[in-house]
Write a new protein. Structure first.
Length: 67
């Protein structure tokens, strides 16, 4: 029995664990007031809508940077 993509079983486990943590963190980020406020502001901003289109939704990958 082999592991995916030519990786060792330990590497495959590590990659799966890292992806699970990443998507868990994304889910937590989407629950914050800062994220919800930013999404609402983007959905109401004509310049943002012109730049990326409408509707603006919560799908996809979220990235953030502390300021």
């Amino acid at each position: 029995m082999g592991c995916a993509g030519g990786l060792s079983c330990a590497d495959t486990f590590f990659v799966r664990r890292a992806l699970a943590i990443f998507f868990f963190a994304i889910g937590l980020l989407k629950q914050t007031d800062a994220y919800k406020t930013a999404l609402a502001r983007a959905q109401e901003n004509p310049a943002v809508i012109e730049a990326i289109g409408s509707p603006i939704s919560q799908t996809g990958i979220v990235s953030a940077r502390a300021t």
